[in-house]
Design a protein around this ligand. Structure first.
Ligand code: ADP
Ligand code: MG
Length: 621
């Protein structure tokens, strides 16, 4: 048989390699920024068009390349950064594989202009899909400019696979911020579609963080410094009271390289133990400097993971450094051994008889009523639309609870949409109906209800999420919600990126009842909120929303709407631990079974289970 093995042509090999190096426009941004840094630049400009799908350009003022180097830089395994395998353990540069430019040139139109300081003129090279289209002598300033156009032009499948511009741009901004945070000694400017998004002058580290995340960040930072033989730590952690639901602002840099490490993240978490509200995450911006020989950054192609020789020691050092800072800046609670004598019981009181303090309680006050009625059953019941869709899924559970006839059933489906008062009156003279409505709250968590075949146990939090979720989705589509005007506009502070997220969801948020007055760089002014959303909850709702969007980056309008509905439902749903009155329990049961998909919560968790009398019987054998 003839020989069948062939060496792949270079451009094919490059395209394959590109699959690893370049996943999306943000990967190009990362590689080119890193090259510019390795070239010793002091100012780096990033220019983006259409979220990098049309153009990613980086202009630096670094050392530039000679004619030969300019040409060679696009060859695979062409690098000036290592010469032999030992160099891998002494890395002081970002790049070393010599693959980035070759890979990028294989899947895009690339224009390079570069000049070294001592040269009179520079070199310009144009490459399209690994083919050199032209090479010329040009007049160009010292440094390098690389434009990458029409990414994935020759791999339509990859191009189609790219997400919306919003998503791709967010990835680019993430990369840009990571690189910029690691190098406050370099100035960075970023333009997106012709307008300046970031202008970060050379500064100290604190100022760099503030320039990226907004002025409000300054007061939130607690410095962390530690210098030991194995590890130098410097940077900041966020004060616990500013901890957010989003994990967004968590940055580790090891020898100026952004890395992800669940293990080290855990060290920070444990340093913050007891200081954070549950579900929130502290932010941190920490630079670790270690001997390059003790790490291996080679284990991940995109190089955000890293292997340390001695992780346990790093963990312990990091944890104690952060703990120390929190303590030093009076953030961790300190035991107060100096007793304040004013708080002691005066002697003349010791013989006095103690009477139980009495508390006046307004028993008719029911905070839940307002909340549950939010989007659930409001003043003007528009519930008729539920009627048709409601019966099918759940009626099987209740049908003909013994002697009930169809007529009564109709009544029942009607009833669930009336106000509580009417419900009560309709059922009061009907013994059988009362039985339908027997509910009981278990551990302030579950609602137990009798059904035809036995019993039903419902998770109150998940059930209410489902109810609210469907209501929000409907409101967003129908756009007929009522807002509650605020007496004074509410000003909420966010980072620029967070403001953008809210701005993207503006239309949908307005459909739920929000009224926005103004979007500023770092704040949002709100004039109205959905009916029955307490003003105090608004910032929590929006923070939750931002966190959800960041964690689940929606890639279409449809999924953004869905996410909004889910997120708001999550924030506003009755919590586990909340005690409910009988009528509230019943109302929730009814509302759940009026939903299109009562069986699962918006995040696909079971909302209720049933247990038949048969099953119970078996347990009693
Ligand atoms: P690596 O960075 O791993 O060496 P690249 O493909 O990214 O591989 O770059 C190849 C070589 O091209 C680099 O080693 C460097 O010598 C040169 N180079 C790339 N970008 C620049 C730049 N902006 N300024 C100067 N030299 C550059
Ligand atoms: Mg490189």
């Amino acid at each position: 048989m003839a020989d069948i093995i062939q060496l792949l042509p270079d451009h094919v090999a490059n395209q394959i390699a590109a699959g690893e190096v370049v996943q999306r426009p943000a990967s190009v941004v990362k590689e080119l920024l890193e090259n510019a840094i390795d070239a010793g630049s002091t100012t780096i400009k990033l220019i983006i068009k259409d979220a990098g799908k049309t153009l990613v350009q980086i202009i630096d003022d670094g050392k530039g390349m000679s004619v030969t180097d300019a040409r060679l830089s696009f060859e695979r395994h062409a690098t000036s950064k290592i010469r032999n395998a030992e160099d891998l353990f002494q890395l002081n540069t970002k790049g070393f594989r010599g693959e980035a430019l070759a890979s990028i040139a294989a899947i895009a139109h690339v224009e390079l202009k570069t000049k070294q300081e001592q040269d009179e003129v520079g070199t310009s090279i144009v490459i399209k899909g690994s083919d050199i289209a032209s090479q010329n002598v040009v007049v160009t300033p010292k440094g390098t400019s690389i434009s990458v156009k029409n990414l994935f032009f020759n791999i339509p499948a990859r191009r189609n696979f790219l997400k919306s511009n919003t998503v791709e741009l967010r990835h680019i901004i993430d990369e840009f911020q990571r690189v910029a945070l690691a190098h406050p000694d370099i100035g960075f400017v970023m333009y997106n579609n012709g307008s300046e998004s970031f202008n970060l002058p050379i500064s100290n580290y604190r100022q760099r963080i503030v320039n990226i995340f907004g002025n409000k960040t300054n007061e939130k930072l607690v410095p962390v410094e530690e210098d030991t033989e194995v590890l130098k730590i410097s940077g900041f952690v966020g004060k616990p009271e500013f901890a957010k639901k989003a994990r967004g602002e968590q940055y580790f840099f090891v020898n100026d390289r952004f890395i992800k490490s669940a293990y080290l993240n855990h060290a920070i978490g444990s340093a913050f133990e007891g200081l954070l509200k549950s579900g929130t995450h502290a932010s941190y911006f920490l630079n670790l400097t270690v001997n390059p020989q003790t790490i291996d950054i080679n284990i991940h192609p995109t190089k955000t993971e890293i292997k340390f020789d001695d992780e346990h020691t790093l963990y312990a050092l990091l944890r104690s450094a952060v703990k120390h800072s929190l303590g030093q800046f009076n953030i961790a609670p300190v035991l107060d051994f100096e007793r304040d004598s004013n708080l002691d019981t005066p002697y003349n009181y010791t013989q006095t008889k103690v009477s139980t303090p009495s508390v006046e309680v307004d028993r008719s006050f029911n905070p839940f009523k307002e909340e549950s009625s939010f989007g659930v059953s409001n003043s003007q019941p528009k519930q008729t639309s539920y009627k048709k869709e409601s019966t099918a899924s759940w009626e099987g559970l209740y049908v003909g609870l013994e002697s009930k006839g169809t007529q009564d059933l109709d009544d029942f489906s009607e009833v669930q949409f009336e106000s509580e008062e009417t419900t009560a009156s309709i059922f009061s003279d009907d013994k059988q109906a009362e039985q339908i409505h027997t509910t009981y709250q278990l551990h302030n968590k579950y609602i137990v209800s009798t059904i035809k075949s036995g019993m039903l146990v419902m998770d109150q939090h998940r059930a209410h999420q489902r109810v609210l979720y469907e209501d929000f989705l409907k409101n967003i589509t129908v756009k007929n919600t009522v807002s509650q005007q605020l007496l004074f506009p509410l000003v909420l502070h966010f980072t620029t990126q967070e403001v953008t997220i809210i701005q993207e969801l503006k239309d949908d948020l307005e459909s739920t009842g929000f009224i926005f007055l103004d979007f500023n760089a770092e704040s949002i002014e709100i004039a109205g909120v959905p009916v029955n959303v307490p003003e105090s909850e608004v910032s929590i709702i929006l923070e939750q929303l931002i966190s959800d969007v960041e964690n689940e980056v929606p890639d279409s309008h449809f999924s953004a709407t869905d996410l909004l509905a889910k997120s708001m439902a999550k924030s506003l749903a009755i919590k586990t631990g909340q005690s409910l009155e009988k009528d509230e329990q019943e109302h929730l049961v009814n509302k759940l079974f009026a939903c299109k998909e009562p069986n699962v919560s918006p995040t696909n968790r079971t909302t209720f289970i049933t247990m038949s009398v048969d099953e119970l019987d078996k347990k009693f054998i």
